[in-house]
Write a new protein. Structure first.
Length: 157
């Protein structure tokens, strides 16, 4: 009996320690993400002022679009991290959404680059795979109701 109590306490301490360690690492990650977003905003503003005098509108818009898309991708990662803090887990659809935002950010960056058709086809295949994965994750979710009508919650009966 005493051995079991010691093992249970050890399990509890290990579990609490692991959760605390994960939260510390995620807080550090959030700090890095916020600092990076701030740096991208400052860098974009500085380059906009610097480039405005010497570049044409196409170069300026290209730079702004790529930087804004990078900030949006970082915001999506930030949102996923906050969801983990509030719910204690991250749904598969949130992970797929984050991956889609990051990949689509890269696709938007391809507009301004010369890219081989082979790489473009790989990116298109990746986007379609992520979309199909998202549909499957929603379709086979435990909260998915097959009926077209909503089932009332038990508290509302």
């Amino acid at each position: 009996m005493e051995v079991e109590k010691k093992v249970n306490k050890l399990d509890l301490y290990a579990h609490v320690g692991f959760e605390y360690g994960v939260k510390v690492i995620l807080i550090f990650l959030i700090g890095i993400i916020v600092a990076t977003m701030g740096w991208v905003v400052v860098k974009s503003a500085w380059l906009l002022v610097e480039v405005e005098l010497h570049a044409d509108i196409h170069d300026i818009s290209k730079m702004l679009i790529v930087n804004v898309l990078m900030i949006l991708a970082l915001l999506e990662v930030f949102r996923t991290t906050l969801i983990y803090f509030t719910e204690g887990r991250v749904k598969v659809t949130f992970i797929i959404d984050t991956a889609l935002v990051v990949v689509l950010t890269e696709v938007m960056g391809f507009w301004f680059k010369e890219i081989e058709y082979q790489k473009l086809l790989m990116v298109i295949a990746l986007v379609f795979t992520l979309i199909i994965s998202r549909v499957i994750a929603i379709r086979f979710s435990p909260t998915y109701v097959k009926s077209p009508f909503k089932v009332p919650a038990e508290d509302n009966l």
